[in-house]
Design a protein around this ligand. Structure first.
Ligand code: BGC
Ligand code: CA
Length: 321
């Protein structure tokens, strides 16, 4: 484990031109150039990082390997617990423990034993679907989206699990639901429609979970890969992990590219701010979908990275149920 974290930051104005040269050099040479591996792991599909403030723990998932990882930077300790099924996203509960979005629906998850306790399964009729990304809105409801595990049918739906355990549909019709995260005031829901390479924004009312019409917040070019996990910083900037793009992009709240952090593996899946002062950007990555030759070229695929990007996050809301 490496305690220190640093980043390679490319200013947005020059991002496009420098990216194509520098990032490819970094990736091809296998150099890490200031971005540190905080947990060297071989996660198949590292995902869903979330910081638990009270225990100062970074939880993250290996969806396909069926593991919940826990990193305690203060104690220099990294552990993992085997899960009985694929879990796409977790979030801390206000009273301790985790809420989870799993292949078998919404559950409580005991982070020590890995035991799952069912809450509700809105997709028991869709055996090819599984839950993917999720986060908690400012009213304490857990919002998570599903996806077609074969990545072809538009069977993904975003649901809201309220603290009483009631599940409602927010919107659907997407192949892969990624992102769902909230602006600081909770009035905007950001969502990655990965397959169409678009980040969408929806007006959102945290009080009742009502959702307005989608607008396109940002588009990725083919060379940029696909938008995957998202997080929002203290200044309202939106950070997007690029699956197949080897980087994280920060967008300003009006959707302009503000800067890029290069990550030395192709499949960058998600990111979140953590550490006691929320100054570390934790980044998950995947081995999934990389041919043996590419895995040899990018052996850090599946590791957890920690980056000091000079911008900080804020504590995220916890699930009130
Ligand atoms: C999913 C992967 C998918 C990727 C594409 C991830 O969130 O878990 O299965 O391939 O998004 O962006
Ligand atoms: Ca994801």
């Amino acid at each position: 484990m490496v305690a220190e974290a640093a980043s390679r930051w490319i200013d947005g104005k020059s991002a496009r031109s420098t990216r194509s040269v520098k990032a490819q050099q970094v990736m091809a040479s296998g150099q890490h150039d200031g971005v540190n591996v905080t947990v060297k792991a071989d996660a198949l599909l590292g995902e869903g990082p979330v910081w638990d403030g009270p225990t100062e723990t970074l939880y993250w998932l290996d969806i396909k390997g069926k593991y919940l990882h826990a990193l305690s930077p203060a104690r220099g300790k990294s552990t993992k617990v085997q899960l009985s099924t694929e879990v796409g996203a977790v979030a801390p509960r206000s009273g301790g423990g985790l809420v989870a979005a799993a292949r078998c629906g919404f559950c409580f998850l005991d982070p020590v034993t890995g035991n799952l306790t069912a809450i509700a399964d809105p997709e028991s009729h869709l055996p090819n679907n599984r839950f993917n990304d999720g986060s908690v809105d400012p009213s304490g409801s857990f919002v998570a989206g599903s996806m077609d595990d074969l990545e072809t049918a538009p069977s993904g739906t975003v649901y809201r699990l309220d603290p009483e355990g009631k599940v409602t549909v927010l919107f659907g019709g997407y192949v892969i639901c990624n992102g769902p995260v909230f602006s600081r005031d909770g009035r905007t829901l950001y969502f990655s429609d990965s397959v169409s390479r678009r980040i969408l924004s929806f007006p959102y009312d945290p009080a009742d979970g009502s959702v307005g019409d989608a607008s396109v917040f940002a588009r990725l070019m083919e060379a940029d890969g696909y938008p995957d996990g998202l997080t929002v910083d203290a200044d309202g900037g939106v950070w997007c992990a690029h699956w197949g793009g080897g980087r994280i992009t920060r967008f300003t709240a009006d959707g302009k590219v503000d800067g890029i952090v290069e990550i030395p593996v192709p499949h960058v899946t998600s990111c979140t701010f953590g550490g006691p002062d929320y100054r570390t950007l934790y980044v998950t990555t995947a081995r999934w979908g990389l041919a043996p030759g590419r895995l040899k070229q990018f052996p850090l695929s599946g590791s957890l990275f920690a980056v000091d990007v000079g911008v900080h996050g804020l504590p995220l809301p916890t699930f009130a149920g």
